[in-house]
Design a protein around this ligand. Sequence first.
Ligand code: PEP
Ligand code: CO
Length: 461
Amino acid sequence: MTTSSSTSSSTDATWAPDSWRGRVALQQPNWPDASQHGAALDELRSFPPLVFAGEGRDLTQSLAAVCRGEAFLLQAGDCAESFDTSADSIRDRLRVILQMAVVLTYFTGVPVVKVGRIAGQFAKPRSSDTETIDGVELPSFRGHIVNDIGFSPDDRSPNPQRLVTAYNRAASTLNLLRAFTKGGFANLSEVHRWNREFVAESPAGQRYEALADEIERAVQFMEACGISSDTLSELRQVDFYTSHEALLLDYEEALTRQDSLTGDWYDCSAHMLWIGERTRQLDGAHVEFLRGVRNPLGCKIGPTATPQEVLDLCQALNPEKEPGRLSLIVRMGANQIIDKLPPLLDAVKESGHPVVWVCDPMHGNTFTAEGGHKTRHFEDVLAEVSGFFAVHRSIGTHPGGVHLELTGDDVTECLGGGSVVEQGDLGTRYESMCDPRLNGGQSVDLAFRLAELLRKGQSEA
Ligand code: PEP
Ligand code: CO
């Protein structure tokens, strides 16, 4: 890979890694010291890429299989990653995603493409630039890549050194994920060990135990037949990809490199990048930047999106209609999905754009509970996914996957689920710096419910 230069190999000569600078870029912090900010970006430009372009192409191929209905996408992780996340917590997040993938694969018989909201999910869009508490007004918390969550002028002042820390945290998280997924932890014969103690005690965890028994027997059977994980790397390793919202465009630009094999540009901060609901304006800087990099892309689609807007986004982000290039991550809310999704599916189907349709059942279902905690109800999450599947069935399109906020830890941030969290429990262990996440038990429970919905779809197809 070479570092960025001003020439572009993009088929569109109007694009360059910095062409977004000519557009309106929403949700960017006001860095107080321009020279420090510039120095941090120079440092980022000198760093090695975090991911390799070839990995991005592999993910696009896997997502093309999702697009054809031959695989399912599980994209999941934190709402806002913290710089203080421990190695154990990273391992447990991976562990719950592996558990969910096993449940889904076992019951549906299709491969699960695993993409984490991890190793770079540090920037958050905010509805207001400032926050006022007891008459004191300070900049809003924009994620650890910008400032800190504490409410003091020092905490909240955007600090460009955090851009460099974000790169370093992403690198060490990614390194650990690569070690776990390729070094034995993800071996299918470890399937029992992924069931962490507190999850194992939940109803979903017990159901998982029974399934792990069956998988273990199948693995033993294969070994008796001479097929073991020593000979078959698919049993020993998993492919796990990273993703985050491409929000801070100067960070993303600084990590954008030209692939020496193909001449294409890749944003090497993660395998997959998505555009958030607040920054998906067709003439905005985020669409401009992402249209020129060859990574697989996502774009959030909320309840106000019109069919024309969605078609325009498809055209801007995937003009060559390449399957796997574009995932539309729909986040309507449980009570709007049935009304709002069909016209979008019809329009995209009619246009011939290949889209991976993904359901984010989290962001349209957030409310503030009586005690002041931001939360979501497991039943609303399930209802939105269920509506998403039903709409696809009726239109004859493929429900490609889900996009979730979860953690492997035993937090009490979302209500309901297998080992029921109630309103009064929310304060017990509420650790999210931003949106509420499903805990380990709720996540495994959701995987079983998803598997049931998918099987229903398969039997009716
Ligand atoms: C998010 O994914 O955390 C987020 C902010 O979502 P959206 O852009 O859909 O609101
Ligand atoms: Co969120």
